[in-house]
Design a protein around this ligand. Sequence first.
Ligand code: NI
Length: 173
Amino acid sequence: MTKRPILIHPDPRLRKLAAPVPDLSDDLRRLAHDMLETMYDAPGIGLAAPQVGANHRLIVLDCVKEKGATPRPLIMFNPAVVAVSDDKTTYEEGCLSIPDQFAEVTRPAAVSVRWIDQNGAEQSEDFDGLWATCVQHEIDHLDGKLFIDYLTPLKRQLITRKMQKLKRDMARV
Ligand code: NI
């Protein structure tokens, strides 16, 4: 497995509609495992393929955060939210493409998700709590959407300017 560089907002590749995966391949499975390694290393609880510059509908996540608990890495090809709860929940979200910036986002508290696993089998599961927020955040990435899009234009601009400055500073090193 190889760690891949994570794109930082603003980047046009983070704003594209990702393409559905028609057939699984070893390359795509390798990409998924690279993404898991990249996510764990960051560390983060979710990562979407566009964040490593790959325009595929593929996300990985593992929201088990307790120390010593068994990890639960999930790889989802073509994930789709098929049902949402009326109940809403608010979490302070962050994003590996928007480092060190956090803001409260309100989303459905529970979601049903359908996806294709790395063996090509169709899976579905209901998620709640942090898992529900995380899976919605990652699927948003596949539609070119970032958590800052839920904030006011002013807050979004403020964060975007900070990221532009961060990228200039990183380019200088
Ligand atoms: Ni993100």
